[in-house]
Design a protein. Sequence first.
Length: 331
Amino acid sequence: MNRPDHDLVHDNLTSLQAHVLSEEARYPGAQGDLSWILSAISLAGKTIANKVRRARLDGVLGAHGTENVQGEQQLKMDVIANEIIMRCLGDRASVAVLASEEDEEPRILRRSGEGGKYCVLFDPLDGSSNLDSCVGVGTIFSVTVNDPEEPDGEKTVCQPGSKQVAAGYILYGSSTIMCLTTGDGVDMFELDQAIGSFLRVKTKLRIPEKGETYSINEANAETFPEGYQKYLRFAHSSGYTSRYIGSMVSDVHRTLIRGGVFIYPPTAKNPDGKLRLLYEANPMAMLIEQAGGLSYSGDQPTMQIQPERLHQRVPVLLGSPVEVARVREFL
Ligand code: P6P
């Protein structure tokens, strides 16, 4: 029967859920557990996006009056985002361990014998100190397979980044964007608030090979190791542009889209670097490398580092392959 071609509906109907289920269908042995976890992360992201955009109206912009394990002032929004993720993920049957920047210890929910299959590590609201100035902040997440032989929660989550089965971030910026990889390239989704759905807007995202933009907090330059200072002198004399927002998800997302390099070197205040390996550096490294970029921490590829502690910090150098290689020449 000839269907009249109305050509009246141009809506993007490829939702995150449709994308994840079609990806799942490519793996005959898949039982849908990872899909269910990504669905929980999507629900948490939508809920946090709403809270972030209402924070000032709801009077939850300020400090919570507590410190996290890093000794940093916890903001009300840090606690809110953490609880939202814990609740969205906590009731998904395949989650074994949840590990958050905001909690000293990982939360063991289910042993492998009780169906605990995956560990989810996350920074619930990275860059939250920027909320009062309306800067883009984000949720960063990393998914690894639970080690059924390892009873200790911290040891279970201390896996190298190369073991991640999924990683991504949700950026609460001028729009709400999710970038996600499950090991076969990077896909980007935008939240359509009118229908409450993340819609796929880019597939198999590639980072530009080059990009004469560097992103680093130059206020610390005098205490960077010499190699980083040499690179900065090169960039200054080569007409590079500097872009630094001070919110990792915003800085990394710009680097992914436009190219360039994001660097958080060792500093006097943070001799091992400031960013955390397990729930900031590793997930970002997986995304960037899946998009054709590179990520190093010191002289090692970030994802080859064997973590020792949940809140371990590392230096970060990630971005376009040509630019990362150029920085490494100076290091
Ligand atoms: P600095 C935000 O506090 C954060 O954890 C990351 O989002 C960001 O990349 C970094 O710290 C900024 O640190 O020392 O430049 O303010």
